[in-house]
Design a protein around this ligand. Sequence first.
Ligand code: ZN
Ligand code: ZN
Length: 212
Amino acid sequence: MSQRAFLGLVALGPVDPEILRRLRIALTKFFGLRAKVLRPQPLPEQTRHIVRQQYHSTQLLEYLLATNTSGALRVLGVTAVDLYIPILTFVFGEAQLNGQAAVISLYRPRGDADGTSPPQAVVLRRLLKLGIHELGHTFGLGHCREEGCLMGFAPTLEKLDHKNLAFCKYCQVLLADFFLERHISPHFKKYEGILLPDAAIPARESARKRRR
Ligand SMILES: [Zn+2]
Ligand SMILES: [Zn+2]
């Protein structure tokens, strides 16, 4: 592994290219690793549950790995359909712990399940949090109990919105060690305080940032 290590973003089925673009820029800033939008893939029909009308996220991870020939360090699938695993009614995303693939869904962050239509900045912020969280799992990070840490478990949008767009200091150290041990060289090692390009941050949060 070298400095050329990069993250690959793969649309699974139709996804707004602008969302992918913004996600790519923000992930690059957060992890200090280059991110590329890779060739989109169709949603495999066999991963769709005909009764639930959702897609099996674990099977999508396997599909992502099977179809990825890019050489990306990690692949993050992004889809607009709702995801599930058999024991849960839905999941926002899933990742292979210490593995290569992760997947996130736009379906709930953009309010498709509850009929709300939040502003695009909110949707992007949610999606970025999910992407960072799931990629964090692929980098060996488990769920964290530190207040506000992005590696905390957030099963609802409300909890997701409450989390910081940052890793706590412990997760930052774990991530830096993970990269160091594998000779991956991010451009910086500060996994916090990333702003979405062109997206306003809530006033409460900007006030907190100034106090730091
Ligand atoms: Zn998680
Ligand atoms: Zn943490």
